[in-house]
Write a protein that binds this ligand. Structure first.
Ligand SMILES: [Zn+2]
Length: 160
């Protein structure tokens, strides 16, 4: 359900779209091309890792695995941006950035934009699902988060 007043946007590309030159996050982008959200997981100690690292921060094992994760989570925090810090998103103001906690990845949190902008009614604790789309003007797909249901925890409504 999309609350009235919100806008589902095309996924505008930014200069930030795509892997870094060092290739560390390339499996993430390849995962999006394959229709998957992939995060790192240490094969030695099972720690979920995000953002990408060359080495596990807990046990110092190199080259953590990349594992597909169900793109479902809950909003841990969010903010609405009214200023065009990113020029490519200037036509989509205000946009919403969410910190999404992934229960299928040990509670690891990832940062991303909501697919909808404006008055989405987003709240901490809301359930969101990842949507992968290929912008026509970008070489790599983008992941955006879409609200699927409100938080079931009492008292969360007041944090909007
Ligand atoms: Zn480890």
């Amino acid at each position: 359900m999309t609350p009235s007043g919100s806008v589902t946007r095309e996924f505008p590309a930014t200069e930030l779209v795509g892997p870094y030159a060092d290739g560390l996050d390339l499996p993430y982008w390849e995962g999006l091309r394959a229709g998957e959200l992939r995060l790192q997981r240490c094969a030695a100690c099972d720690l979920w890792i995000w953002g990408p690292r060359w080495m596990c921060g807990r046990c110092s094992t190199f080259d953590p695995d990349w594992v597909a994760v169900e793109p479902h989570g809950r909003v841990f925090s969010w903010s609405r941006t009214w200023h065009p810090f990113v020029p490519e998103l200037a036509g989509d103001l205000p946009y919403i950035t969410a910190l999404v906690e992934l229960p299928h990845a040990g509670g690891r949190r990832v940062l991303g934009l909501l697919a909808e902008s404006g008055d989405t009614g987003i709240a901490i604790g809301d359930h969101v699902t990842g949507v992968i789309a290929q912008p026509s003007d970008a070489p790599w797909p983008l992941l955006r988060w879409r609200r699927v249901s409100a938080s079931s925890e009492p008292g969360k409504e007041a944090q909007r």
